[in-house]
Ligand binder design. Sequence first.
Ligand SMILES: [Fe+2]
Length: 494
Amino acid sequence: MMQSLNVEEIVLLKKKILIVDDYFPTRRLIRDALSQDGDYEISEAENGAEAVDQCHRNTFDLVISDIMMPGVGGMELLNRLREISPDTSVIMMTAHPAVDLTVSAMKKGAVDFLKKPFDIDNLLYKVKTCLNEKELSEEIGLEPSSPESKINDKTKDLSVHGFIYDSFGNVEGDSEYIYRKIVDLSMNIVNGEECALLLFDEETGAFDPKILKSTDCETYERKTIPALQGVFRQVADEKRALIIHSTERPEITPSLICAPLLIRSNVFGILCIRSKRHMEPFTTKDLHYAVSLTKRASLNLENLVLYESVYNNVLDTFKSLLTSIQVRDHYTEEHCSRVAALSVKIAEAMHCSAREVESLKIAAMLHDVGKIAIPDKILLKPDRLTFEEFTFIKAHTEMGCRILQPIYLLDQERDIILHHHESWDGKGYPEGLAGADIPFLSRVLAVADSFDAMTNNRPYRSAMDMTAAVEELNRNKDVQFDGRIVEIFPQVLL
Ligand SMILES: [Fe+2]
């Protein structure tokens, strides 16, 4: 039988959840978070006794309960629930999760733990995972297992789900990086030997392989991927994760897991894992882990994909602005590209985070966008500038910042641009900031900008060679430039 799991239904079905905590603000916080996240029927109880009472009158899919409560506490509630409503899942909350307490609660049937104070995303993820797990078990009629194997399974489940959650907790990087991470993790977790992540083009209906992992990628792409188009289509149409064995589909050897990647209920990709190690068939648990992983990853991708698409749009707009400057001044656009490349190298050498490097790259590309407001007779003047003309030129930092003002996404970049002509000794512009008060990435940009200006011909002077330019940077170390950046600079030129 082909087993399937409708990812959307799990989220959309109205599940009954009981929140038990003696502290009203905690109950309110959880209720608000759940209400925003899904269509749940939510009840509250302020202690274990009231919860027991409600569980006699109502059947809940999930109880989220504090452990420490006056009167009937969380552990006793868990005992009582096993008698009243053994199918209800329970997530326990505690500020001090001791190992013995955790194991004892799991033995009594708690499916997960939340450490207080908890992170809302973590709570929502655990609620969804828990309801998802319950639904899956009901849907495919899992045999009740022995208490011993159940506790082992739960422990493994908890660690796998925790591992999945944590793996995507603080992911930095672009969508490509996350795609790779999904593939690597999923193969790891279900012991798959081949995996493909394909992006779905809604307009053409095509599935384009984005990441492929196989011992023979070429054959895999040429033969296997086309043969699986029907399965991909089914998963995309039904928004269902599938596990298929060779007993139903002989062409699939020996089994396959295929799960949709969803953003706001739209399928944007497919994860397909094949060939479990040692020719074993994939299990329902494997399917479950794969779904958990794709859902968790989709949370990251949702923000990232939206961010990237808006970001790229915005960048395209500003790049065309830069092109319009280039029509007047060939130097500016080429200069900006070179400064961006150099700034990135410095930032990487100084161990900046991926996000900082990305921001700096954008800021460096756009750092002179304010020059669009400078008249030709000043911008292209071959002679030395007068005091008034230089004042005009100096305004390009604030002008650039103002041009980018409406784009809230470019907050950090704006700040970098505004201060790229500040000087370490406080004699720069526009604000005369000094030393560490100047944003670090502006200091990096200042070094890259000056070096590029020195090593290229300008209307008013010819280019210096690289050695002379590095010497000039050194002469201005801790005067105009941050000494640490000047010191590391020669190594990025190698
Ligand atoms: Fe500038």
